[in-house]
Design a protein around this ligand. Sequence first.
Ligand SMILES: Cc1ncc(COP(=O)(O)O)c(C=O)c1O
Length: 419
Amino acid sequence: MTFTELNTPQRTIMTPGPVEVDPRVLRAMSTPILGQFDPAFTKIMNEVMEMLRQVFKTSNKWAFPVDGTSRSGIEALLCSVIEPGDKVLVPIFGRFGHLLTEICERYGAEVHTIECPWGEVFDQEVVIEEIKKIQPKVTAMVHGETSTGCMQPLELIGAACREMDILFIVDAVASIGGVDIRVDDWFIDGLIGGTQKCLSVPSGMSPITYNHRIERVISARKKVERGISTEEDRKSELDMRHPMVKSNYLDLSMLQDYWGPRRLNHHTEATSMLYALREGLRIVLQEGLEERFDRHAYHERALIAGIEAMGLDLYGERSSKLTTVTCIKVPQGIDPEAVRGMLLDEFGVEIAKSFGPLEGKIWRIGTMGYSCRKENILYTLSALEAVLIRHNAPIKIGQSLQATLDVYSEKYTPNKVTS
Ligand SMILES: Cc1ncc(COP(=O)(O)O)c(C=O)c1O
């Protein structure tokens, strides 16, 4: 058997991740490797930390990537904070709320959940009432729910958690870099982002940030178990109640020692991924956060205009729609997978299906990062229309692209990306 050189097909990736990687990021990834304690490399680490603070809108000391896919960042934060028996509240409005629940349970938390119907988000007051009732140590919640295309408002929940001295941890994997998220203003104690979505960097790192309130919990667990506590700490009955974090790889106290000034050896940093993340963040900051959010909203508007002009219905409450994911109801009698298959085979366009109760009922189109471009939207809509005609779907023919072009003819200041 001969193995030929990699030659991947040309694709237009319009899923909610992974999305097309910015060519500048791909170029940065071919930069030669540096040793992980080389000052030239530790300078890059520090630059990434500073750029993350800006993207996360925080003055937190700790902002760095965990190596692994986005769930590595989620798990690192949760496993470093949760001790067996801790109460955690997870309000669930889609698949990734269940992921938070599962991870918390694996680390021995007493997990309380509330659920709202998929396609909707919580009234913040409902969550606050539940927090008052349960009095958890942590409230963990998704911001942008990729499975349903919904976005949860967070600021009142954050403020209430702070007032009650409860930690607030947020999964912003699908939203960071695409829609506004304000870690400090919204009183978020710990937040996880993703690389492979609105940052247009490959999957394989999970940028996180957390504040002194979380650092305090982490430090209490570190002192006792690593035998570096003072005699006084050792005697403190309180500290002895904080067991060691069960993961070595994801223990934030160890990652802190590596990313902080001590530079203690832990894992071997994923050099090329860090180059990629650095370039991805540089692109975001060059474009400007607000300009970038506007661009995502503009292309979302163009996409929705085209979908509705075709006569297709959107799924989910419009008022809580996530800008970067658009969910479309599959028309009755249409085989959703046959449509997705033809889009890929004939046009090289990839859109996504959904999970659980939504499997087979909706398609999801992502408009994220580098994939969120005019030519991608126009091409996806024209391909979708052609494929749906081929499947005898009851759509309005010839109107979609015109409606989208109408949006594109509106005045818009193009982004300011420069190389
Ligand atoms: C909101 C959200 N959280 C978490 C994850 C898990 O990320 P990963 O698959 O990179 O581990 C995803 C992935 O799609 C996501 O959309």
